[in-house]
Write a protein that binds this ligand. Structure first.
Ligand code: SAH
Ligand code: SF4
Length: 388
């Protein structure tokens, strides 16, 4: 029988496991703190645990790290790790340092089954969900490797923010996601506030409701289009959860959200979704004047415009800078806080949507995307709307 991986448990889970060994909850708290606050994996070094407990643990469990395939550093300080998760699959994790924070971008799946048209992970198809232990092992490795590399003073954290924006659709791996989020938030774990942990989703409305009830952290929704027909083509799950459905879920989420807005991500694709006409449609959409949503349904939101990061098979291009800026201005003039995401880690393929890892695809993603390519309404940049 393989050893139990203690990274698979949030604190309640670990307490239940320890109860099974005849141990009280405070022992689980001590163990949890050794693992997630000190980065310790060797039970012998957990000196305040009774010898009898250390022996029990050593016989049946472990703190199982992920094997590091590679670690790359960008000239801008971004670090990207490739982790082997077995079966020919590898996932990527990216650390993005800024003056006032350190953000870790974490993967939730090996591949992704949603198959968004502009996403490198989507093009690779889907292999499997990561376990809670595999999600947390990314954070565990990065936090303690960075503390050593940056020679941080004892107790100082390297990672202040986590975004579930790596490979995969986190809400399609809900059961593993929630204990991982709880460990990030737990004061005995990583102690991050709810507003510093962000789940990014392509828009699974029912699961947004569940997250609201179980673990409401900051929510980012990948929008990418101002109307259903275009979004159907770019984000296939829009055919099932259309904009009206999604916006109602966003409205319900805001009742419990740690921030009083939703962050909408919008990948800027040359000639596809980036004209002034699209920007105006977007303003109408979030301000309750779109034919796609219930009249009057407004969503308090911020926009994050992401210049498309090209990858070989996409057949798409990044919007020119001036077009992105003009687009941002239209949103800003309508009173919507809008930022243009800086591209980080470009030189090591660590930018949004470039995370490809290795996926032994079980979904024939390539064929599906090849078929879909033909139905995407791609206009040239000089199309009628561009000048509107
Ligand atoms: N599956 C989730 C989270 C992972 S993707 C989601 O879709 O939200 C994280 C972000 O990167 C999403 O907003 C996604 O749309 C964006 N993205 C994907 N491919 C991209 C690319 N090639 N260039 C820029 N952003 C991209
Ligand atoms: Fe999956 Fe997100 Fe990529 Fe879409 S953008 S394919 S949901 S990882």
């Amino acid at each position: 029988m393989s050893a139990v991986n203690l990274l698979d448990f949030d604190l309640d889970g670990l307490a239940a496991f320890c109860a099974g060994l005849g141990e009280k909850r405070f022992r689980a708290v001590q163990l949890f703190r050794w693992i997630h606050q000190k980065g310790e994996a060797d039970f012998e070094r957990m000196t305040d645990l009774a010898k009898s407990l250390r022996d029990k643990l050593a016989g049946r469990c472990e703190v199982r790290p992920l094997a590091v395939v590679s670690e790359h550093r960008s000239s801008d300080g971004t670090v990207k790790w490739l982790f082997d998760v077995g079966g020919g699959n590898a996932v990527e994790t990216v650390f993005i340092p800024e003056d006032d924070r350190g953000t870790l971008c974490v993967s939730s799946q090996a591949g992704c089954a949603v198959g968004c048209r502009f996403c490198s992970t989507g093009h690779q198809g889907f292999s499997r969900n990561l376990s809670t232990g595999e999600i947390l092992a990314q954070l565990w490795h990065a936090e303690f490797a960075l503390r050593r590399q940056l020679q941080l003073p004892a107790g100082e954290r390297a990672i202040t923010n986590v975004v579930m924006m790596g490979m995969g659709e986190p809400l399609q791996n809900y059961a593993a996601l929630v204990p991982a989020l709880r460990t990030m938030l737990d004061d005995h774990g990583y102690g991050l506030s709810r507003r510093r942990v962000t789940v990014s989703t392509s828009g699974m409305s029912r699961m947004i409701d569940r997250l609201r009830d179980d673990c409401p952290v900051a929510l980012a929704v990948s929008l990418h289009a101002p109307a259903d027909d275009l979004r159907d083509a770019l984000v296939p799950l829009n055919r099932k959860h259309n904009l009206d459905d999604l916006f109602h879920a966003c409205q319900r989420y805001l009742e419990r959200a740690p921030r009083d807005f939703i962050t909408f991500e919008y990948c800027m694709l040359d000639g596809v979704n980036d004209t002034p006409g699209h920007a105006r449609q977007l303003v109408d959409l979030v301000q309750g004047r779109s034919p796609c949503t219930t009249p009057g349904l407004q969503i308090p939101c911020k926009f994050n415009l992401i210049p498309f990061n090209p990858f070989p098979q996409s057949g798409l291009k990044r919007s020119p800078r001036e077009r992105v800026q003009a687009f941002a201005r239209i949103l800003q003039d309508a009173g919507i806080v809008t930022t243009i995401r800086k591209t980080r880690g470009d030189d090591i393929d660590a930018a949004c949507g470039q995370l490809a890892g290795e996926v032994s695809d079980r979904t024939n993603a390539k064929e599906r995307l090849q078929r879909r390519r033909e139905v995407i309404p791609i206009h040239s940049a000089g199309s009628a709307e561009a000048g509107a």
